[in-house]
Design a protein around this ligand. Structure first.
Ligand code: SF4
Length: 306
């Protein structure tokens, strides 16, 4: 969908209403109820905020009414707790080695716990991410509400995003969410910072504690974009926040690049899901890939069992 909601002219508004309405139906048919509800909601946001001094056709009026009813239908079908097959983390494990994903899912107790250096790096990453998040005021932090119950993140996120339209004034300020959770096609992702402006356009920020984008970063970002682009009505920017000088934030919009990489990542998602459903451990020998881009936490297991 190329249109953005910012254009509230007569013709543009009618086109947006049509586009969001049809996309909402398409998503409803594929049982993507969160995506469908957010698109039907966008129909109403456009209608409420556009220049409506023009007469609407009967057909458009019917669509607007349907959109409101369909939001309610979708709400009934959105489950409070979801099951998922892949997460962003497990997807990147699989990109390193599909056997690593298999072991992560089926034999998690065989993992070697992280060493002190790795734990320290995790801590530094969280501190840097917090510094970035501290710039946003009045954010809704999904992790504070759902804690470790990550299966509940998508439902809570949807409730927060789907606030009643009448409480969303024309000139509402930006809304910010930390760790917003979304699931599409059995892939669950959480967004470091998601910002929605008063025109319903979304901006995504993923924070990384390193100064440049690596190949593993693209895997991580593109799988995230795959899920979000199938749910959110309009992603305006998709940003990676890299470590700048003196712990500053180097923000790069990588929207065009993740779009280019999407077909490859979609193929990989299917491949990994098929591998997991076949329940057969991939016969992959140890090699350099066990230590790149990260040291695999099954190295000791593979050494013992190979
Ligand atoms: S140790 Fe190597 S072969 Fe074994 S699961 Fe990890 S990456 Fe794959």
């Amino acid at each position: 969908m190329k249109n953005i909601i910012r254009d509230r002219g007569h013709g543009a508004s009618l086109r947006l209403i049509e586009d969001f309405y049809h996309e909402g139906h398409r998503k409803m048919e594929e049982k993507n109820y969160v995506g469908a509800a957010l698109h039907f909601r966008a129909v109403n946001i456009v209608y409420e905020t556009a220049d409506c001094s023009f007469p609407l056709s009967e057909d458009t009026k019917v669509k607007i009414d349907h959109a409101i009813q369909n939001i309610i239908e979708c709400q009934k079908k959105i489950e409070g707790s979801i099951d998922f097959t892949l997460s962003k983390t497990s997807f990147t494990y699989a990109m390193q080695c599909s056997k690593r994903l298999f072991l992560h899912v089926n034999h998690p107790k065989e993992k070697t716990p992280p060493d002190e250096k790795t734990i320290e790096l995790f801590k530094l990453g969280r501190t840097y991410e917090k510094l970035f998040k501290d710039q946003f005021e009045n954010a809704i932090d999904v992790s504070k509400h759902c804690g470790r119950n990550i299966k509940q993140y998508p439902a809570f996120t949807f409730e927060s995003l789907n606030e009643p339209i009448e409480t969303h004034p024309y000139i509402a300020s930006n809304q910010v969410f930390f760790e917003a959770g979304f699931c599409y096609n059995d892939v669950l992702v959480m967004v470091d910072v998601l910002q929605r402006d008063s025109d319903e356009n979304y901006e995504v920020f993923e924070v990384k504690l390193y100064p440049e984008i690596k190949e593993v970063t693209w895997w991580d970002l593109t799988v995230q974009y795959y899920v979000l682009s199938n749910i959110l009505p309009h992603i305006e920017t998709f940003n990676v926040v890299l470590l700048g000088e003196n712990q500053s934030f180097n923000i790069i919009n990588v929207l065009d690049e993740v779009k280019k990489r999407l077909p490859f990542i979609e193929e990989k998602i299917s491949e990994f899901k098929n591998m997991l459903s076949a329940s057969e451990m991939p016969a992959i020998p140890m090699g350099e890939h066990c230590y790149s881009p990260y040291t695999c936490d099954f190295v000791e297991y593979c050494k013992r069992t190979f």
